[in-house]
Structures are given as structure tokens and as C-alpha cells.
Write a protein that binds this ligand. Sequence first.
Ligand SMILES: *Cc1c(COP(=O)(O)O)cnc(C)c1O
Length: 382
Amino acid sequence: MAWSFDTKSVQLSLKNTNEINSKVTPIYQTTAFKFSDLDDLESFYQGGKQYLYSRVGNPNTDELGASVAHLEAAPAGIATSSGLSAILVGILAVAKTGDHVLATTDIYGGTYQLLANELAEFGIDVSFIDFDKADELENHIRENTKLVYSESITNPLLRVENINQLVNMARKHNLYTMVDNTFATPYLCQPYSDGVNLVVHSATKYLAGHSDVTAGILVGDEELIERAKMKVVNMGTNLSPFDAWLAVRGMKTLSVRMERQNKNAQILADTLSKHQAVSKVYYPKHASPKGNGAIVSIDLTNNCNIKGFFQALDWVKIVPTLAGVETSVSYPLATSHRALPKQIQEELQITEGLVRISVGLEDVSDIIEAFESAIEASILKQ
Ligand SMILES: *Cc1c(COP(=O)(O)O)cnc(C)c1O
């Protein structure tokens, strides 16, 4: 065909990808999908063709949603632009103006902001209750309560939620349940199997696992996920195909990463709990038969200079996030829990000495050495 240069430069991609038997799913980095004629286009609306426009659906984001649903033993899943947008569309799938949500106090700081500040503007009222006092929870249920929201392992003090108790209470009162399973991952627990209606993930953390993707996932039954999907489509909180592809790639090693990172975390927690300059170690005891997660929080005594501790960390990166393959630390008081009212910070024991460690894949003796020497260097000389 005698195309002009300008036409040729636009029409470069002439390969039929169906004939290339790529071993892994290719990246469908496309905004839209083409149709051969109007009947072909109509077939999308009749349910024959799967894809139209990437905000509405894309093979890579679908693969990610379906893969996590599969790991969580749930019928359906959807990928979103971030963990927070997954939480938002999940809540909006079950609650609207005039409704009320019960949430635990010790949630991720960003989730707290979303629930406390933004949902109010949608006319959704949220009460924050200490879910550790389960018997008091029922007293806070109102006529318009729709949803109970918690995390399977909370941040940064790593309380393990009693999911069975929560589900039983919610069912008794006809409420939906939604649980953030980011810290545990489906490797450790699968809240959908325990009766939770919606399970949400910041895939930014362990699912993708390599600190190079921001993404969220929501899984549940077909009907709720379809409702959430309409929110994603209409509010534009979809994930990019490339980020979905990266997350799927990362997830293939979830089991081996979690196995090693959990093991390292257990050894680090046991070692640091014997350290005289560590007043408290937060690490779950019976989160799951496969392990207790890869986050260890420690509270340094007043004899330590917290700035000195962070300065003395050698190769361990200081980052306001967690769950990569490299060991890192964060400082909840200045980052994830900065926005909380001081009174709640105190109630949650987010103290000046609190350090959250995200344990990585390195040799555990190198990890221990890095923390022991940073603690030593931070001890104030009398
Ligand atoms: C990071 C995180 C979120 C928010 O996820 P983003 O991907 O940053 O939007 C929500 N919940 C928990 C437990 C998290 O750690």
C-alpha cells in the first residue's frame, strides 16, 4: 500500500498479536480496542466482545483483579488506581448519602483521612470505635448503619482482627463487612472465606511487592464487584495496563517472598524483644499457621535518641511505606499517622520511640546487625 510517510508513521503497528504466542500476557498499553464494523461494535454492548475502552476494562487490569480474587478464594475482583481508591469504591458499592459506617480506630492513616474527611462530603457518617473491645461494638450500631470496616492485621501496632466475631456480629444486624488484607496478604489469611463481603488491598505493598507500582484491589461476590466496577468506570479510578502487568508479575513470587520475609521478621522480633533499649516489640503471635507477617514495630526506650537511630541505619532505607523486597523502616508519628488527632495518636500508642520495620529478603543476620548497631549508636550517654 502506497501510504504517505505521515500515514505510515501513525500506522506502524501492523502485527497481529494473536499470532504471537507470548509466554506471559503482553501489556495491552492501549486506551481503546478496535472494531471491524458496526456489528462488531454492537457485539460489545450485547456481551460478545469483552473490551471497548481501557477505563471500562483492559486485559491486564482484568488479569490482576481475577488473579487476586483467585488467591482470596472470591468469585470476582477488580483492580483500581490505588489502595485508597479500592477502599472508596468498595464503600460506595454498599453505602450512600444518609448511611453510617463503623470503622476501627487503628486503621491506616490514609484510610482514616478518607473515611473521616472525604466520606462526610458524600453524606456518609463514620464512627471510629476501638474494635478490640468487641462487646461494645454493638452499642454503636444505628438504624442507618450499613458497613463494618476493619483490617486483618492493623498498622502499625499489628493487632490481629477477630474476623469470625466481626462477621457474626455484622450478620446478626444485617451489615456488610469490609476488611483491608494488605498486611496479611492472602498468603496468611483469606477473609472472604471467613464470610467478609469485601476484601481490599493496597497492591502497592506485598501483592506487587517491588516498590514500583501503586495499585488497589477489591474482591467479593459478583454483584458487589459489579457495583464497585461501575464506580471505577464512572469515577475514573481505573489502573493503568502497565501497572497491572507489573503487579501480576510481582504476585507470581508472593509465596516465596512471604515465606522468607515472615521467617526473617519472626527472628528479628524475637531478637529485638531481648534488647534492653527496646521497651516493646509489636509482632502478632497467632496471625496464621503460615506465619505472622513481615512487619515488626518496636518502641525504643527514652534512653535512645530517635534521630540518632534513624541516622545510624546503614543500608536500611527510611521510607514512608512498606512491603518491598528490601528491609526498610518508617516513622509512623511523622508519616502514616501524622494526620491523626493527638489524642488518638496517644490512645493508639503512636509514640516518639515507635519505629515500624518492614522486613525484607536479605540474610536475617545482616538485618539483625543493622538494627542492633543503629540502636547501640542511638543510646544516650549518661
Ligand atoms: C498503603 C495502605 C493503604 C493505601 O494504599 P495506597 O495504594 O497507598 O492507596 C491502605 N491500607 C493499608 C493497610 C496500607 O498499608
